[in-house]
Design a protein around this ligand. Structure first.
Ligand code: PLP
Length: 439
């Protein structure tokens, strides 16, 4: 009998014992193509020699030093590398152990920034329905996914949730893309006015929504309008790139595609590429200097901040991406995958939408293409679908949005950046067979 506390108590999972490029191998020798990189984590595949060596070397030199006493070479090197390649005015890096920690840090930094500015009345964070920002209580409070919040609702911090920018499901046919983008961005202005502009800290959003919608980018102009509104009221823009960042969408930072500046950016997943648990919060020098010139101390922290082995892995991951021009490869392979998905599923009666950026693609499954009615309960999250994909030797990331029955039955694909065209073609074939076996 296993003593592991699993995610799902009634499912027996295969035991995986090895990784080989884009594949995971279970103890019976069966190979699984990692079509979702776990959950958009394994961007370099599972056996990258450079990252493995960096981890081994660092473990042999120094495994841990507390950030209350020391900085370390790998933490300094990773912060330098990220800032050299970051857009806008991002200037400081706070290294944590994962996405939820990065988001918690962002929420608390944003609040402390205004306290140091002498504006302690600012306390509201506005985020969006159908978003996911992590599972710790602060991050879960920012998240707007009803199902994930439900059991913990009485314990969550009060935060506002405005409409997501989700044109497939929510744009009326007679509204242009541009008008839709401006209208939903203006929901932010309405909510700021409702709360009182002087009480708002920040707006938080994923540039491309991952787990809860399935690779949904905003329509053109949406984020520019959001930035404008934040600036008008002196409110911080926090971008959660935990899933969509680190090259996944064809840019090192996903918001580069929107041509806007962020005040705080959270990254994780692809930063460690699965080799080490690591995340980071990046902020501008203005925010950092406000803390530095105020109390001089960010009232937040974790034991494993700036962990040297995790940071060494992060340096190797980012260098591997940059030296091998993998981000451009994401753009090219992303186009190839988009075309392959369109060719296979474009006319499928149950595929309502194909979308995404780079190697971050979403497939929305509907019971009725005309009315966009989802399957209920969700087809993509059904035990039958999961069994069918595993039997094919494919890992993908199925999700269902909310229980409101309105939208959100999707499959998220986030294959490793090193996947070949042949492997991507085979992935689409496996997915198609699994879907046919489920329908
Ligand atoms: N933010 C986003 C956008 C995510 O997709 C996730 C995880 O899926 C998180 C935050 C939380 O990250 P972690 O699971 O590393 O805590």
């Amino acid at each position: 009998m296993s003593h592991v506390f699993p995610r799902h108590c009634h499912v027996t999972l295969p035991t995986t014992v090895a990784g080989d490029g884009c594949y995971l191998i279970d103890k019976d020798g069966k190979r699984y193509f990692d079509g979702s990189g776990g959950a958009a984590v394994s961007c370099l595949g599972h056996s990258n020699a450079r990252v493995i060596k960096a981890i081994q070397d660092q473990a042999g030199k120094l495994a841990f030093a507390h950030t209350g006493f020391f900085t370390t070479e790998p933490a300094e090197a990773l912060a330098d590398l990220l800032i050299e390649n970051a857009p806008g005015d991002l200037d400081r890096v706070y290294l944590v152990s994962g996405g939820s920690e990065a988001v918690e840090s962002a929420i608390k930094l944003a609040r402390q920034y205004f306290v140091e500015l002498g504006q302690p009345e600012r306390r509201h964070i506005i985020a969006r329905r159908q978003s996911y920002h992590g599972n710790t209580l602060g991050a879960l409070s920012a998240g707007g996914n009803a199902l994930r919040r439900e059991k913990f609702a009485p314990m969550l911090v009060e935060m506002s949730h405005i409409a997501p920018c989700y044109e497939y499901a929510e744009r009326p046919n007679d509204e242009s893309l541009e008008a839709y983008g401006q209208r939903v961005a203006n929901d932010l202005e309405t909510e700021i006015q409702r709360l009182g502009p002087e009480s708002v800290i920040a707006f938080m959003a994923e540039p491309v929504v991952g787990a809860t919608l399935g690779a949904v980018p905003a329509v053109p102009g949406y984020f520019k309008r959001v930035r404008e509104i934040c600036d008008q009221h002196g409110i911080l823009l926090i971008l959660d790139e935990v899933m969509c960042g680190m090259g996944r969408t064809g840019h090192l930072f996903a918001h580069e595609a929107e041509d806007i500046k962020a005040d705080i950016v959270c990254i994780a997943k692809g930063l460690g590429a699965g080799y080490q648990p690591i995340g980071a919060m990046l902020c501008t020098s203005h925010i950092y200097d406000t803390i530095k010139n105020g109390s001089g101390f960010f009232q937040h922290g974790h034991t494993y901040l700036g962990h040297p082995i995790a940071a060494a892995a992060g340096v190797a991951v980012v260098r591997e991406m940059l030296d091998n021009n993998l981000i451009n490869q994401v753009k090219l392979r992303g186009k190839f995958l988009a075309n392959a998905l369109e060719a296979k599923f474009g006319d499928h009666p149950n595929i309502g939408d194909l979308r995404g950026r780079g190697l971050f693609r979403g497939i929305e499954i509907v019971a009725d293409k005309k009315t966009k009615t989802p399957f209920s309960p969700g087809l993509a999250i059904s035990a039958k679908f999961k069994k069918a994909v595993l039997a094919e030797g494919l890992i993908c990331y199925p999700g269902s949005g909310t229980r409101d029955g309105k939208h959100g039955d999707h499959i998220l694909l986030a294959p490793p950046f090193i996947a070949t065209e042949e492997q991507l073609t085979e992935m689409v074939e496996m997915l198609s067979r699994a879907l046919e076996a489920t329908l």
